[in-house]
Write a protein that binds this ligand. Sequence first.
Ligand code: NAD
Ligand code: UDP
Ligand code: UDP
Length: 313
Amino acid sequence: MSSRVLITGGAGFIGSHLSERLLAEGNEVICVDNFFTGSRRNVEHLFDNPRFELLRHDVTFPLYVEVDQIYNLACPASPVHYQHDPVQTTKTSVMGAINMLGLAKRLRVPILQASTSEVYGDPAVHPQTEDYWGNVNPIGTRSCYDEGKRAAETLFFDYRRQHDLSIKVIRIFNTYGPRMHPNDGRVVSNFIVQALRGEPITIYGDGSQTRSFCFVDDLVDGMVRLMDTGHDVTGPINVGNPGEFTMLELANAVLEITGSSSTIEHRPLPQDDPKQRQPNIDLARRELGWEPTVALQPGLERTIAYFRSVLTD
Ligand code: NAD
Ligand code: UDP
Ligand code: UDP
């Protein structure tokens, strides 16, 4: 059955793909965004669809709309962006969660929170399972994002306990794909842009730190599957690709696919940079019947093709 779906942060990287997917399934989509990191351009190909609506709005302020489902994605995701105005980052996570939970409570509709593997901080447990409480610095430069997202999870579970809301908390691990912001400082976009421009590839630290990269289509599929579960399934649930790579391996993969002759340059490691990250996805397999289908190589090829087209525009 088709629904009217609200996506906050819908004009961002992940939100634009989620909008596409939900429209393709026949739903109506109301996309709400303040365009801090997202843009009209990310969703302009959807403007002709009469079931799509784009609203400029900041989720730290109340929002009154009538919908059947809420996906709460509003929040800058890359360190460069979320550290630009850290107070606004915490406000967006905390006040945005309160407002969207208030909306879900009034309408009695399910609400999904885009949480993050960052709630595990620099993890002492590897791979990360959902019952691990994390190792997060509360006062560092990443804290506005990590602690904001942790507080949002708290709010989701308290609204569940106090008001019996249908909540769905997904912990997203590093995700990449077309429509990533070329200047957002994240490793996949940085390496690809640098390789395509023939500039040095910047590896922070010695490049031995690891991340696990999930292609955006796989992530979106996990989000939709989680939203479609019954009232009893709340998460938190990890969604990510367990393939784990060092940043040096990632740089070499990008160099190989692009055929670039860029050199590799080492830069200082940022504060509180997690040394390793890999999701344990047993719960997603069990409760959602989900697992990733796009490996790093083909996912990078599709992402590189996208960046080639936007960089030559
Ligand atoms: P993004 O920056 O492309 O998208 C975030 C969107 O939220 C942008 O369109 C931005 O303009 C909007 N936004 C920010 N503050 C807002 C506010 N106050 N009111 C309304 N809109 C606001 O990032 P993304 O990668 O698409 O991330 C989407 C969500 O997924 C975020 O909540 C992020 O924390 C989460 N997430 C992403 C990743 C990843 O690897 N991309 C990993 C873990 C979690
Ligand atoms: N809220 C909103 N849209 C709604 C309903 C509520 O933005 O349709 C906001 C409302 O402004 C409030 C927040 O959500 O600040 C939390 O709502 P809740 O009902 O939980 O709390 P209360 O209104 O009792 O403070
Ligand atoms: N990184 C890097 N070079 C870059 C950008 C990032 O080596 O140009 C490293 C960064 O230090 C981190 C990893 O790549 O260890 C992933 O960084 P990103 O900002 O993409 O994601 P997050 O740290 O939030 O997982």
